[in-house]
Design a protein around this ligand. Sequence first.
Ligand code: F6P
Length: 361
Amino acid sequence: MRKIVISTGGGDAPGLNAVIYAVVKSASMRGWEVYGSRSGYRGLLDYDDLVRLTPKEVEGITPIGGTILGSTNKENPFAMPITNLAGEVKVVDVSNRVLENFKRMGFYCHIAVGGDGSLEIAHRFAQKGMPVIGVPKTIDNDLKATDRTFGFDTAVATATEALDKLHSTAKSHDRVMVVEVMGRESGWIALYSGISGGADVILIPEVPFDIDKVCEKITDNELHDKHYSIVVVAEGAKAKDGTVVVKEKGELGRQEVVLGGIGERVARQIREKLGKDTRSLVLGHLQRGGSPTTFDRLLALRFGAAAVRMAEAGTFDHMVAWTPPCMSAVPLAEAVSSRKMVDLESDKVMTAREIGICLGD
Ligand code: F6P
């Protein structure tokens, strides 16, 4: 009988529990045993954090947000911060211990559900000899190898609902409402929710913006007797004059950009330039919470089942990807090598422009 282990890493995304559910159910159907590693790789470091997952255990978890296994952004077994008795923090490589425990437990393979950071770690384990299969997760939808990541549709639905609600309050007060949404260095959430939620302006990292163009659109609204405007700003949006601060090297050596705060900066500039009553808000982690949409549930369940099929076929060091109309297996190295940005020639961008949305250029 085969034994497999599943972990969830990185930021949470609606649909994580649906992946766990599908993995447990479809592996059990094959007569395999499934274990969950709590908090990323913790379960493979300390058996107390390893839990047996039976179909009974996962009953009813599909619609629940978050992850029953816990997630972690901070811990990378290849560079794990450990506090010694003197209270000093040292960064150590505990990957060999993880691998030894994996073998000692007699696991056949590891299904790692995560974003690019977690999948990069999974790939490093694959190179060390651990049979690994990745499942792509992120609300940002910025993984190139897959058409969609689960969590994105729910984040867009949450942002769209917020925009719908903001219309009535903006209109009542003749205000400009500036809404900052997540998305890291890509504009997927901003574009999809902005179009669906009736935004007047959408600012995305892929289109560096000119604040004067934003103000022109708001003024044009006024001239057409529309005295309120909704501006959606992706957290990674940047002005043409370039105001993105590169903070530090991330855990895995990538450059990380300081995100957030751009919405308030845009609001301040609109206020200063037009003297218009303007408010800003940051939707933040609301976009990661709550029950997954039907689309995300289905995608996550399909990812989970496809990952078990890949395990059965022995397709390791690969990530399951949705390449419509079918699921496929993409080498992990390729999956984590590049980010997917909004295609400016796509019909979504064309639609935005053609229905009068200003992209700030
Ligand atoms: O990658 C998902 C995401 O929610 C991004 O959209 C956002 O920039 C980041 O994670 C926030 O991370 P944290 O949960 O560490 O604040």
